[in-house]
Design a protein around this ligand. Structure first.
Ligand code: NOJ
Length: 883
């Protein structure tokens, strides 16, 4: 129960003391060394409806150590949004039995603490305001406090196979229940290969499920439907329901976590479980962590986009990538040597397939010593990069966190001399086994070591690197082949004596951070870095892209890649994708083609394969299949202006590029558990095809407006499931009526070569003959957009007029971005035919309207109405009137 509830220094603070009679008695019997000391609870309110709850041991009672709180995740701007609480309202609870203390949270919402039994919740304002989410409504809160070991009869050591965890501080876990009210489903908490709407892991009808686990691991051949934890962890859950909307809960904690989603009726078997009265439907969940403190955030929503915005206001919005990074990437373990690189590069040109980035995996190094080159295979890395760069292309090399323990390796020498490695429980440099053999691991939690690491990316230090080279961070869970569960022992020691168990899930995050900082520093802070990471944690979105690791060349893995990418997007990581084709195994041709067709819409689009697989570059499967893969990749290039605009939206607001349907159609229940289709932004719906030789595909098109087939322009009714013939040419994709898509229709070798190409605008009219859309453009490369060097347009079509107006906030910075790019075609879908020409204002020029194809090449089907050569500049304000 909570006692001493009061306002102090702008926060609500209270003490939590045991209520359980046995615990109280035990404490009385053992006054010298009480087992359960009061805990300190702090509740703070932040702008925009974010409530923060912290619970920790009372430092004035000298616990045996300070429990770890993860630094560097919460962005400083968030802390500035703290509200200074002044008043506490007290009221009787609904049942008249308890006391509630109430604080203002935001307009329409309040934070509440019930004293006895202790419960914290957020509700709509007012005494009978509806609850939105709560902690400890089932009384499952438990906090194992640090204490003295009781002689020899208490054994804290734990054994796992040949490993012993010394657990010097004993058990220190924390658990509690969180309830989401009026929710139909909960989502989030990546990374698991499973459905988007999270299935219950406990309760009637659930057989043998484990909880969703958060423990970053290098999982060999993961299966496509499991709550098992993969490479990254984000303890952020979002709920959604028809009657209420969304709310969210985030626990900032980097130790192993297990989360149960409790199916309705889960508590029937536990009569002892407390259930605070509620007539609201709710989804209960149970959270448990091995260590750390409670540092939890409640987000009030009420819409799904609001929740994501609130969550990214705490952990940061995604970094704005360079344009090349959102185009197509070609990877393989390994492109063997320079000749191989040049051949692959040339073949793309020969087959007229655009691509932007060629990747080099671990074999390009000298003995897996990162920052070095195998000079037999890659004698002239700089020249190689420059040759590719001449075509506007980039390269990526891999840099993993395990450092080869080789005295002749400068990184190892310096790191060991400076004492920069993580230590084992005895205080010696931890020595584990990874690709190079015996390896040690840098203690990336230490800011000094991160900045030392960042320096290694300077052009002088990373010999053979050039400005067109970017980085891939793999194995950063960290993966240790001979460690417990293929990772680092939990009792290994970091900076400030923090045990690895306390920060395990954040290790990869820090490595990603340091690498990304390194790329920024090497160019004097001018250009945006690109760093792909496998491990992740809340905040990783600020440092680069994430991919879903070692999937397999199986239809089920293509299928699960979609909910995996959508889940990452919901939890802040907008820039993500799965290995196209599947990493392990050889995809049959149909699967590979389908994967390209779906993968072209992943925010991060890269083909990759294990070294034991057959080569699978897009031209190796006969002319027809080359054509199909070329088409899939070209669709991505055609839509790059739209994707780039969406990446900027994510960068400003946190709203992901790839979105579940319910994010755009929050009232439509049919969308809530649909994870076969997804939205790209607000305008495009993509339906994957996940079975072999599919003849038909069912597509649910939400809303009451029409949808236009992206290739043919054919209109389909909204609010209906359509059974369509499955085409070999593409997976179904539709433009939503009421939207305007910016495209670039000329195909070149790489995205950077499309810079000055003209635009096409595709206007899909809704039933009121209206539509709107956006276009964001900058130099595609530098950070100058942060000082105002960009063009951001809003296109609005209504009353027979298309208007382009400026979205950039006036005086948003000192820098300007100039572009001479023009709009060369405007296509109208759903237009009542008749008119012959259009008038451009202010130029007062007439242009023709005629029939034209929707796609210049590759498309079939109907002609559409086209305004040809309006040639207005994207940088200008203009209006085009249909006459
Ligand atoms: C594991 C990664 O997940 C995979 O993508 C990579 O090819 C291998 N490590 C080798 O670096």
């Amino acid at each position: 129960m909570a006692t001493d509830v009061l306002i102090s220094d702008g926060d609500l603070i209270a003490k939590l003391v045991p209520k359980d009679k046995d615990e109280v008695q035990e404490n009385l019997d053992n006054q010298e060394n009480p087992i359960v000391k009061p805990l300190v609870l702090t509740i703070s309110a932040y702008q925009d409806g974010v409530l923060r709850l912290k619970i920790d041991e009372d430092q004035s009672l000298s616990p045996s150590k300070k429990r770890f709180e993860v630094p560097d995740v919460i962005v400083p701007e968030f802390l500035n949004k703290k509200l200074w609480l002044q008043k506490l309202k007290t009221e009787k609870s609904e049942d008249g039995l308890g006391i509630l203390s109430v604080i203002y949270l935001s307009d329409g919402y309040e934070g509440v603490i019930r004293h006895d039994p202790f419960e914290v919740f957020v509700r709509e304002s007012g005494k009978n305001g509806k609850k939105m989410l709560s902690l400890n409504s089932n009384g499952l809160f438990d906090f194992e406090q640090l204490r003295e070991q009781k002689g020899e009869n208490e054994d804290w050591e734990e054994r796992f196979r040949s490993h012993t965890d010394t657990r010097p501080y004993g058990p220190q876990s924390i658990s509690f229940d969180v309830s989401f009210y009026d929710a139909d489903f909960v989502y989030g908490i990546p990374e698991h290969a499973t459905s988007l709407a999270l299935k219950p892991t406990r309760g009637p009808g659930v057989e043998d499920s484990e909880p969703y686990r958060h423990f970053n691991l290098d999982v060999f051949e993961y299966i496509a439907d499991s709550p098992f934890g993969l490479y990254g962890s984000i303890p952020f859950m979002i709920s959604h329901g028809k009657s209420h909307g969304s709310s969210g809960f985030f626990w900032l904690n980097a130790a192993e976590m297990q989360i149960d989603v409790l199916g309705t009726g889960w508590n029937d078997e536990f009569s002892s479980v407390l259930m605070l009265p509620s007539d609201q439907k709710r989804v209960d969940t149970l959270w448990m962590s091995e260590a750390g403190v409670v540092d939890a955030f409640f987000f009030v929503g009420p819409g799904p986009k609001d929740v994501v915005r609130q969550y990214t206001s705490v952990t940061g919005t995604p970094a704005m990538p360079q344009l090349f990074a959102i185009a197509y990437h070609q990877c393989r373990w390994n492109y063997r040597d320079e000749e191989d690189v040049y051949n692959v590069d040339a073949k793309f040109d020969e087959h007229d397939i655009p691509y932007d980035v060629l990747w080099l995996d671990i074999e390009h190094t000298d003995g897996k010593k990162y920052f070095t080159w195998d000079r037999l295979l890659f004698p002239n890395p700089e020249e190689m990069q420059k040759k590719l760069a001449a075509k506007g292309r980039h390269m990526v090399t891999i840099v993993d966190p395990h450092i080869k323990r080789d005295e002749s390796y400068y990184i190892h020498k310096e790191a060991s001399q400076k004492g920069y490695y993580v230590k084992d429980a005895t205080g010696k440099d931890y020595d584990g086994w990874c690709w190079p053999g015996s390896s040690s691991y840098l203690d990336m939690v230490n800011p000094e070591i991160r900045s030392w690491w960042a320096e290694k990316f300077s052009y002088e230090n990373y010999v053979g690197s050039t400005p067109s080279l970017h980085i891939w961070n793999d194995m950063n869970e960290p993966s240790v082949f001979n460690g417990p569960e293929v990772s680092m022992p939990r009792d290994a020691l970091h900076h400030d004596d923090v045990e690895h168990r306390e920060l395990h899930n954040a290790y990869g995050y820090y490595f990603h951070m340091a690498t990304s900082d390194g790329l920024v520093k090497r160019g004097d802070g001018k250009d945006r870095p690109f760093v792909l990471s496998r491990a992740f944690f809340p905040g990783s979105q600020r440092y680069g892209a994430i991919w879903t690791g070692d999937n397999s060349a199986e239809w089920d893995h293509l299928r699960v890649s979609v909910p995996m990418v959508l889940t990452l997007g919901l939890t802040g990581i907008s820039f993500s994708g799965a290995d196209v084709g599947g990493f392990f195994g050889n995809p049959d041709t149909e699967l590979l083609v389908r994967w390209y067709q779906v993968g072209a819409y992943y925010p991060f689009f890269r083909g990759h394969a294990h070294h034991d697989t057959k080569r699978r570059e897009p031209w190796l499967f006969g002319e027809r299949n080359t054509e199909l893969m070329r088409e899939a990749i070209r669709v991505r290039y055609m839509l790059l202006p739209y994707f780039y605009t969406l990446f900027r939206e994510a960068n400003m607001s946190g709203i992901p590029v790839a979105r579940p349907l319910w994010m755009e159609f929050p009232d439509d229940e049919q969308t809530f558990s649909n994870d076969e289709a997804f939205m790209v932004g607000n305008s495009l719906l993509v339906q994957g095809i996940y079975t072999e030789k599919a003849k038909h595909v069912s597509v649910y098109l939400p809303g009451d407006q029409s949808w236009y087939d992206l290739r043919t322009g054919t209109a389909y009714k909204g609010g209906v499931t359509h059974k369509l013939e499955a085409s070999e040419d593409s997976v179904p994709a539709f433009q939503r009526a009421g939207t305007i898509l910016p495209r670039k229709d000329r195909f070149r070798r790489s995205s950077t070569q499309m810079e000055n190409d003209p635009y096409t605008l595709v206007i899909a009219l809704n039933s009121s003959q209206a539509a709107e859309g956006w276009l964001y453009v900058d130099d595609g490369k530098s950070f100058e957009f942060q000082q105002g060097a960009y063009i951001h347009r809003h296109f609005m079509y209504s009353d027979g007029k298309l208007t382009s107006s400026n979205m950039a906030t006036a005086g948003s910075g000192s820098k300007k971005f100039a572009s001479e790019c023009i709009v060369e075609r405007i296509i109208l879908l759903g237009f009542y035919p008749g008119p012959k020409n259009a008038l451009i204002e202010p130029a007062n020029e007439k242009v023709d309207i005629e029939l034209g194809p929707l796609l210049l090449r590759g498309g079939r089907g109907s002609s559409v109405i086209t305004i040809r050569k309006p040639n207005v500049r994207i940088a200008d304000d203009w209006t085009i009137k249909i006459l």
